[in-house]
Design a protein around this ligand. Structure first.
Ligand code: ZN
Length: 306
């Protein structure tokens, strides 16, 4: 009944339309290894791309010869596919220690600054983005200039989502949208509407799931964006310094999660049985599983013990 009312309301009022996007006006021609050859960047991105070669080259020349052969952003970013969110297969350990990300063309992704779920461990899984509470139909915008790599639908996960590869080397993913407003290979500028807020996929209320990735490796969007002020965290030259130690400070959490092991509860099991069996304590089991010592455990339930 509620659903019908909602559907009726939507059709009565029509589809929400995106708000016009703010600013940009640049017209410098440039080619970038970060974006596919087929995309004509003339008059698209401008000054921003001047940084694309330089900081990355600097990084490669600053690392050991071995590393240079192992990883080159240019090499990996030749991969241009809409098949997978992370097609690069680059491990966190092989990323450069640091590099500058040009953020001179930037737009906060939506109007809401209400973070409803943070980046990090969520139970036995890892939440690779930040959730922002939005209203159904709110405009979702491109964060930086770039090209749309994926427009897809994942019923059990991200819902309707868009992945944009930005000229500065980052990629962003926006999920759970009610509608997408771009197609794959579309060029977008910071601030362009890419979709509308929604509740598609695994979502229990309208929100934007927002990820920022470098060579496929997600990092906490709050490292680069201040979600209280909607500003990007940059130096005087509008650059963000991406470092493994700071930007990827969640690395130990990922490692801990990769070591996690689970016990499937059987008839007669209690927390103290399980603790004894795996040489741990009830207190630790409770912490790992976010339960209390008095919590009832069910047969078939997964209890993390490591
Ligand atoms: Zn999320």
């Amino acid at each position: 009944m509620l659903l019908c009312l909602f559907a009726a309301a939507v059709s009565l009022w029509g589809e929400p339309t995106p708000a016009p996007r703010p600013t940009p006006n640049h017209n410098i021609s440039y080619t970038s290894p970060i974006l596919p050859d087929s995309i004509d960047l003339t008059s698209l991105i401008g000054d921003a791309l001047q940084y694309v070669h330089s900081p990355i080259d600097e990084v490669w020349s600053a690392t050991d010869a071995d590393d240079v052969e192992e990883i080159s952003t240019e090499e990996y970013y030749k991969i241009w596919t809409s098949e997978r969110i992370n097609p690069y297969g680059v491990k966190l350990d092989s990323l450069p220690d640091s590099l500058w990300i040009d953020c001179s063309h930037y737009c906060y992704p939506t109007d809401s600054r209400r973070v409803t779920s943070r980046f990090g461990i969520r139970g036995s899984r890892f939440h690779y983005g930040i959730d922002l509470g939005v209203h159904y139909g709110d405009t979702i915008r491109a964060t930086f200039d770039g090209v749309v790599r994926m427009v897809s639908y994942d019923r059990r996960g991200y819902g309707r989502y868009v992945v944009v590869r930005h000229a500065n080397g980052l990629e962003t993913l926006s999920g759970h949208m009610s509608r997408t407003l771009v197609s794959e290979n579309d060029t977008v500028r910071a601030g362009d509407a890419i979709g509308l807020g929604g509740n598609t996929g695994r979502s229990t209320g309208p929100h934007l799931h927002y990820e920022v990735r470098f060579l496929g490796n997600a990092f906490n969007p709050a490292k680069i964006i201040d979600f209280e002020t909607a500003e990007v965290r940059v130096d005087d030259s509008s650059r963000y310094l991406l470092t493994i130690s700071e930007t990827y400070s969640h690395k130990p959490q990922l490692e801990e999660l990769s070591r996690a092991a689970y016990h499937r509860v059987r008839s007669g099991d209690t927390l103290s049985h399980i603790a004894r069996r795996y040489g741990t304590s009830v207190r630790r089991l409770c912490r790992l599983n976010n339960i209390r010592e008095t919590s009832v455990i069910r047969i078939g339930q997964r209890i993390r013990y490591r």
